[in-house]
Ligand binder design. Structure first.
Ligand SMILES: Cc1cc2nc3c(=O)[nH]c(=O)nc-3n(C[C@H](O)[C@H](O)[C@H](O)COP(=O)(O)OP(=O)(O)OC[C@H]3O[C@@H](n4cnc5c(N)ncnc54)[C@H](O)[C@@H]3O)c2cc1C
Length: 395
């Protein structure tokens, strides 16, 4: 039975798993408690764009091998609007930066395999109910594993339990501040056994709504359509999805352009929201990843923010273990929140610039087109997008 650990980690998503690996490499012991089973966690379809900082951290903790073989380096994205296409070239606008297309499912599989192989307990089907004594020297995690109530005492607790987790509740109401925004649209996302019809991601704005062409591998396309909130995927048979995607990606210069089609293997609706909880620390409890903040996915920031939080936190625990100082731990919340708010701003900007808002007047719709034209025509506006998309270095 587990009784005590240095760092108790709640949640075995990308944030919790990466933190456990980074700590393990530094000789700091941890326990990861994950409520779901392994198969569920490994198959959950989510993000797929990795910034350089995330890639470097995965390599540093030994999880780079499959990623370096299967990941696809992308040097840009395409913006489509008003029937025209404009490429944003990342390296020339950012001093050489690019992104890597490698699915979150694969990142999670790699990290789980390493953790189980090289140690540091990782318990599946271990559901945490509460964190107690966050502001004491020995915080406790209460959880149920295999039907039995358990308690883990910790030097520190990290809540990496996503947007519906319990760790956030241990921040007392008087210190907790919440900032949020919802959007008047959702995404209908599909996975299709079809080679992507585009070499790089395509972000399309059209009067019919937003569409995104992404990919998971050279043979699997990931595509999204803006749909009204509350949409039932059953109302979107496959033929309707393909027809609508073709209409939103249409190019005036190439009217015969069509997506390559294939069997649709997954279909789900994803609401858009922005959310930040401050501070990201209370006593010996730290929040990381979606447990502290949510971004709408148009900026490809969710997974990368989760990774940068735990990289910053791992450095702080390493400083504590090597020198006994808590300087980086004390700065954790402020350090992360600077990055978080930049990503919140960019994600909100991408979302509101690219989607068709049902509440917009014709005047506002024309302003939106003007903003897109500004990005396409101005080097500084393109560079602003490219710098944010590829992510600032951690320093
Ligand atoms: C449907 C969906 C689609 C997305 N698509 C994109 C995208 O296209 N691009 C993008 O950039 N981002 C996307 N995101 C966001 C991105 O996937 C997240 O930002 C990322 O998963 C954050 O990682 P995390 O480890 O912080 O949280 P999570 O991945 O949510 O992991 C949290 C873990 O904690 C576990 N857990 C929860 N409660 C408990 C508990 N009480 N006890 C124990 N364990 C618990 C959960 O089972 C889960 O495994 C998407 C998110 C969702 C929900």
């Amino acid at each position: 039975m587990l009784r005590h650990t240095t760092v108790g980690i709640i949640g075995g998503g990308p944030a919790g798993l990466l933190l456990a690996r980074l700590l393990h490499r530094a000789g700091i012991d941890s326990v990861v408690l994950e409520s779901r089973n392994r198969a569920y966690v490994e198959q959950r379809q989510r993000a797929g764009i990795l910034e350089q900082t995330t890639v470097d951290a995965l390599r540093a903790c030994g999880a780079g091998e499959r990623m370096d073989t299967l990941g696809l380096v992308h040097d840009g994205i395409e913006l489509r609007f008003d029937g025209r296409a404009h490429r944003i070239d990342f390296p020339s606008l950012t001093g050489g930066r690019s992104v890597l297309v490698y699915a979150q499912t694969e990142v999670v599989k790699d990290l789980i395999a390493l953790q189980l192989d090289q140690g540091g307990p990782l318990l599946f089907e271990a559901e945490v109910h509460a964190v107690e004594g966050a502001d004491t020297e020995r915080p406790l995690i209460r959880y149920t594993h295999r039907g039995r109530e358990q308690t883990l005492s910790c030097d520190y607790v990290v809540g990496c339990d996503g947007s519906h987790g319990v760790a956030r509740d241990a921040l007392p109401e008087p210190v907790r501040r919440t900032y949020q925004r919802s959007y008047p649209y959702s995404w209908l996302g599909i996975l299709a056994d079809a080679p992507p019809s585009y070499p790089e991601l395509v972000y399309a704005h059209s009067p019919r709504g937003f569409a995104l062409g992404s990919m998971r591998s050279p043979t699997v396309s990931r595509l999204y359509l803006q749909v009204p909130n509350g949409t039932d995927p059953a109302d979107w048979p496959d033929e309707r999805i393909w027809g609508e995607l073709d209409a939103r990606f249409a190019l005036r210069a190439d009217p015969d352009w069509r997506l390559r089609r294939g069997a649709i293997t997954a279909k789900a609706v994803l609401p858009m929201r922005s959310h930040v909880t401050e501070p990201m620390r209370h006593g010996r409890l730290f929040l990381a990843g979606d447990a502290a903040h949510i971004v709408p996915p148009a900026g490809a920031k969710g997974l990368n923010l989760a990774a940068s939080d735990v990289i910053i936190l791992a450095r702080a625990f390493i400083q504590l273990s090597e020198t006994g100082t808590t300087e980086l731990l004390d700065a954790y919340s402020d350090t992360c929140l600077r990055r978080v708010w930049r990503a919140e701003h960019f994600s909100c900007f991408m979302t509101t610039t690219l989607h068709t808002d049902p509440g917009h007047s014709p005047f506002e719709a024309r302003l939106q087109l003007s903003q897109l034209a500004r990005i396409a025509d101005s080097r500084s506006a393109s560079a602003e997008l490219a710098e944010n998309y590829t992510g600032p270095p951690l320093g």
